[in-house]
Design a protein around this ligand. Structure first.
Ligand code: SF4
Length: 604
């Protein structure tokens, strides 16, 4: 467990860190993370040294460092405590716990103590919703927080006990697998999927591509694009190298199933990547691991090392000459937008995670402008299963447009939160019954960017054709304030918008302000109309999926839960804080286009 050092030889540390990463500009984010872990923050001096060492403009290094929320640019205290701000953490009392913690240490939220010892703040969902309230201490997850644990943490900090000496029970993270299916219920022998691929003979890659097509496997990250089509696009695109990336930047609030897959099913995931590498001719792969799951890194590195020792990674994999492939772990640093595949690639290349214009798509022009596939953790685990059992077996489960099963991260008002695997097509009500949600009133399916489902819709089914989801299933019982939940979501999007395009940058802020105004009892009927107008603008004119989906929860609430806001509406006259039509007119004038954002691609 790393500690923040009072280092007198920062210059030496920086030189060592840059050397360790071969002074490679593409490794800038990894360098910045190492500096933060070593020094506690990324100082102005460090930015200058890194820029010189890597031969980059200083402004580029500063811009990258400033983009990621886990890279503070000023001292953040030797103990940096971040409380997860998922809606379920709030439902479990995280705000009261934060207040108590700050009182114990005389801290002001968001500020560092005078003696520079500690700081406390909120952060976006840390992916521990089944064992919250949760948080991070110097990047390490703490779970099941309550008054007793908060007092213990405060005492440990007051006594200046190094985090590495804290009681392990504070950092215990459980899998909580409650229901298994075709993926989680099967034992997997490392190497078996690669051997199954090789057993298909010289035409193995083509045969496996056919199996993928037969399986109708669709990406489990949310968009649901056909895996076979994406991989075929990459195979057919010219390039000097090809790459496969596992997207483990599981940032959608309420989602934590990839954390469990990586903790207990990592061989399935790495083997899926290796099969993909053989099919597409990739020599290199990356696991992009979200910063909140940094604690899994050493374990995953050990699994990769074991696989190299077993001939399942490296040169001549499984004895096949020319089958050379290896995987590198790349850490994220607290930026939800890096879950978008082109933003993730930007981050892999050492820049801010800003979504690229598409087309071209990453399958043709991705990492280092070469053909690259980015797949979700769960998708890659299913690839191993399909290599072993065949596409027909996989397609035999699920519905017409949604083959196979789906792993759900269930949290909120239920007796048994955790991980559940269901065949696609399972009704919401059946899931609620299984997890002990007797008083369910609403479910947010797919996280804040998904669908808010009311109790009248519990007959709807988890599937791409009805309720698509990347995995989050957040339950609200009777008596919960839906407006408060939506307020949490709009704060999240306003915080996570990368700021690149106006509809999202301005829209998420306006949405937040209007929802706050309504929650504060000062909203009017015009505000509701404004939210709808704004939502339409964001959905149609934003540059990437974040902006397209940021108004979903607000619009669902307006349509399905009038009781959540109607009583709060006041009679004040409406004075818009921002004239959207005037903004659009200005954009038209500047760009000379009738629809200034029409040239930007939409999400598939
Ligand atoms: Fe950035 Fe939002 Fe625009 Fe996406 S939609 S590019 S997150 S500002």
């Amino acid at each position: 467990m790393s500690e923040v050092h009072d280092s007198g030889d920062i210059g030496q540390s920086l030189a060592y860190i840059c050397e360790k990463h071969d002074r490679e500009p593409r490794r800038l984010l990894q360098i910045l993370i190492d500096v933060q872990e070593s020094c506690g923050f990324v100082s102005s001096e460090a930015i200058t040294v890194i820029a010189q060492s890597l031969g980059l403009p200083r402004v580029q290094v500063e811009g990258a460092a400033g983009f990621y929320s886990f890279l503070p640019l000023a001292p953040a205290g030797r103990y940096r405590v971040l409380f997860s701000d998922d809606v379920t953490d709030r439902m479990l009392g995280s705000q009261e716990l934060m207040r108590h913690f700050c009182n114990r240490l005389w801290l002001e939220p968001g500020k560092v103590s005078e003696d520079q010892a500690a700081s406390a703040d909120f952060t976006s969902c840390t992916g521990m919703c089944d064992q919250g309230p949760a948080g991070l201490v110097n990047g390490w997850p703490v779970t099941r927080l309550n008054r007793e644990r908060i007092d213990l943490i405060a005492d440990l900090i007051l006594d200046r006990v190094p985090v590495s000496h804290w009681p392990p029970m504070l950092f215990q993270v459980d899998d909580n697998i409650r229901r298994t299916g075709m993926l989680l219920g099967e034992a997997f022998e490392p190497g078996s999927a690669i051997r199954a691929l090789r057993a298909r003979g010289p035409g193995g890659p083509e045969a496996m591509m056919a199996e993928l097509k037969t399986s109708r496997l669709r990406g489990r990250g949310g968009a649901g694009y056909s895996t076979a089509d994406k991989w075929a696009h990459c195979r057919e695109s010219p390039g000097t190298a090809r790459y496969i990336v596992c997207n483990a930047d599981e940032g959608e609030p309420g989602t934590f199933k990839d954390r469990v897959l990586l903790n207990s099913y990592a061989d399935l995931v790495f083997e899926g990547m290796t099969v993909g590498a053989r099919l597409m001719g990739c020599a290199k792969g990356f696991l992009y691991l979200r910063g909140e799951y940094r604690y899994l890194r050493e374990k995953l590195e050990r699994i990769l090392a074991r696989r190299r020792g077993e001939g399942l990674l490296g040169t001549g994999i499984a004895g096949e000459a020319g089958f050379d492939f290896d995987i590198e772990i790349h850490l994220g640093a607290g930026a939800y937008i890096c879950g978008e595949e082109s933003a993730l690639i930007e981050s892999l290349e050492g820049r801010r995670g800003r979504p690229r214009n598409r087309p071209p798509f990453p399958a043709a022009h991705g990492y280092l402008d070469q053909p690259t596939v980015v797949n979700n953790v769960e998708t890659l685990a299913f690839v191993s299963m399909i290599a072993l059992d065949g596409g027909k077996h996989f397609a035999g489960t699920g519905t017409g447009e949604s083959s196979g099963s789906k792993i759900l991260s269930i949290s909120g008002d239920c007796a048994r939160p955790g991980i559940y695997e269901y065949p696609f097509g399972t009704p919401v009500q059946e899931i609620l019954d299984d997890c002990g949600a007797e008083e369910a009133y609403a479910v947010q399916v797919g996280g804040p960017s998904g669908v808010l489902v009311s109790w009248k819709e519990f007959g709807r089914r988890i599937s791409f054709e009805d309720l698509p989801t990347a995995g989050a299933f957040t339950i609200f019982g009777r008596g919960r304030d839906i407006l408060q939940a939506v307020q949490n979501y709009v704060h999240f999007f306003a915080h996570e918008s990368c700021g690149f395009c106006t509809p999202c940058r301005v829209g998420t802020q306006l949405q937040k302000k209007i929802v706050e105004k309504i929650a504060g009892g000062h909203g009017t009927a015009s505000d509701l109309e404004e939210l709808k107008h704004l939502g339409h603008l964001m959905r149609t004119m934003s540059h990437c999926g974040l902006g397209h989906t940021a108004p979903n929860a607000v619009l669902d609430m307006l349509e399905k839960f009038p009781g959540a806001y109607e009583q709060k509406l006041g009679s004040l006259s409406f004075e818009p804080a921002f004239d959207l039509d005037a903004a659009l007119e200005t954009a038209r004038r500047i760009t000379g286009r009738d629809d200034p954002w029409a040239h930007l691609p939409r999400q598939p």
